[in-house]
Design a protein around this ligand. Structure first.
Ligand code: ADP
Length: 403
């Protein structure tokens, strides 16, 4: 890396998609952002926005066979703007890796041993780690000389005490199969809890925050003095809050029941709970905008789905208030948390005795900036804090390669 190398390419490789951002670390400026979708299908789509060049979004459709072809297409788009992967200004590539197990609790420069260990974690993250590994291998092949850094979704939760991380099942069985609460969305929980402290004018070490990351996937965390002490997702991202397509918390006996009584296979149950449950299972829609629209039209199923979603959120706010003892702030983030004022209002409604309230006019404000939505009298700050996982990955990557 040269002294002029101040750019980081962030790659988030999913099973059929790659999201990317090229960020200048001098000031966090986005030079280019984009997304390749439906990799492996005839109808793949690449959408690239050259922000540095002030250009419009360029979209190309047509078959992109695999991640290798996808990254090559991304590299070509970047090169067309003079931002190619061969640029000496590129300092590193930062990869989002979903599962870091117990081993990876910090961002890590990827070498063969690290890659092997990420592969060893595939059994606990079968839906996510394989795609992350493919993305890493492809990027390595394109720039073998460049540091590639893995930033793990699980890492921020590594500080959870053992009594929060361990499930109450037979210890030998759990340990033999690495079964425990790992938690996910850690990059977002880290970023948002820190930003929330800044919004309060405090150091992260001084504040206790409940972070509610409500996207299509959703998770809550309890962060005490900058350290995660509990989180709602578990061995996999299935546990916890009601999500767009995932059930969240459910009696594990439901799975035996579905097997024994309904005759479903393990894979079918997996699909049911991960893809056909949550909001979509309850009302047929997983987009909160659509659900609110249906509620406004008097749709009962949409109303019930919303109420179940909110009830679960409230349970976690209550549980994490007890875990933290003192709560300084509740922070809403991600697609639903940042945009759905009715969700924020309903989640906090009735919690005045706990010092939590939402001011209707502040809650109605739309903005990309972190902001308070609680009235002045409230003991607990309620905040909307837009997440920025890409910037967090870029910052962690850049800090590591410059360390
Ligand atoms: P993920 O990264 O998990 O795919 P996001 O954090 O982008 O998800 O959140 C996507 C979700 O955010 C959508 O499914 C939708 O429910 C919700 N959402 C996005 N914009 C709005 C909006 N303006 N109002 C309400 N909900 C919204």
């Amino acid at each position: 890396m040269t002294a002029t190398a101040t750019r980081v390419l962030v790659l988030n490789s999913g099973s059929s998609s790659v999201k990317y951002q090229l960020i200048d670390m001098n000031d966090g400026t986005r030079l280019a952002v984009g997304l390749v979708e439906r990799i492996g299908e005839q109808t793949s789509r690449l959408a690239h926005t050259p922000l540095a060049a002030g250009g419009d979004k360029r979209e190309t459709e047509g078959a992109i066979a695999d991640h290798d072809a996808a990254l090559k297409a991304v590299a070509a788009e970047l090169a067309a703007d003079g931002l190619g992967l061969d640029s000496p200004q590129l300092a590193a590539i930062g990869h989002r890796v979903v599962h870091g197990g117990l081993k990876f609790t910090e961002p890590t420069v990827i070498d063969d041993a690290v890659l092997k260990e990420i592969e060893r974690l595939v059994p606990v993250a079968p839906l996510h780690n394989p795609a992350n590994i493919t993305g890493i291998r492809t990027a390595q092949a394109m720039r073998p000389d460049l540091p590639q850094v893995a930033v793990f979704d699980t890492a921020f939760h590594a500080t959870m005490p053992e009594y929060a991380a361990r499930y109450a099942i037979d210890v030998e069985t759990a340990d033999a199969h690495r079964i425990r609460r790992y938690g996910f969305h850690g990059t977002s929980h880290a970023y948002v809890s820190r930003k929330t402290a800044a919004l309060l004018g405090k150091d992260p070490s001084e504040v206790n925050v409940i972070v509610l990351h409500l996207g299509n996937g959703a998770s809550a965390s309890a962060v005490a003095g900058g350290r995660c002490v509990d989180t709602s997702m578990g061995l996999t991202p299935l546990e916890g809050l009601v999500m767009g397509t995932r059930s969240g918390d459910i009696d594990p006996a439901v799975t035996f029941h579905l097997k024994r009584v309904a005759g479903m296979s393990t894979d079918e149950i997996d699909v049911l709970l991960n893809k056909k449950s949550g909001l979509i299972g309850l009302c047929g829609d997983n987009d909160m905008r659509e659900i609110r629209r249906r509620i406004d039209e008097g749709d009962e199923r949409a109303r019930l789905a919303f109420d179940i979603y909110i009830h679960r959120l409230k349970k976690y706010i209550g549980a994490y208030s007890a875990v933290l003892g003192r709560v300084d702030a509740v922070a809403f983030t991600a697609g639903v948390g940042e945009n759905a004022a009715p969700v924020r209002e309903a989640a906090v409604a009735g919690l005045e005795e706990m010092g939590m309230a939402v001011d209707a006019s502040l809650n109605a404000v739309r903005s990309d900036e972190p902001r308070l939505i609680s009235p002045e009298y409230a003991r607990v700050a309620v905040a909307v804090v837009p997440t920025d996982e890409e910037l967090e990955i870029a910052q962690q990557t850049y800090a590591l390669v410059n360390a």
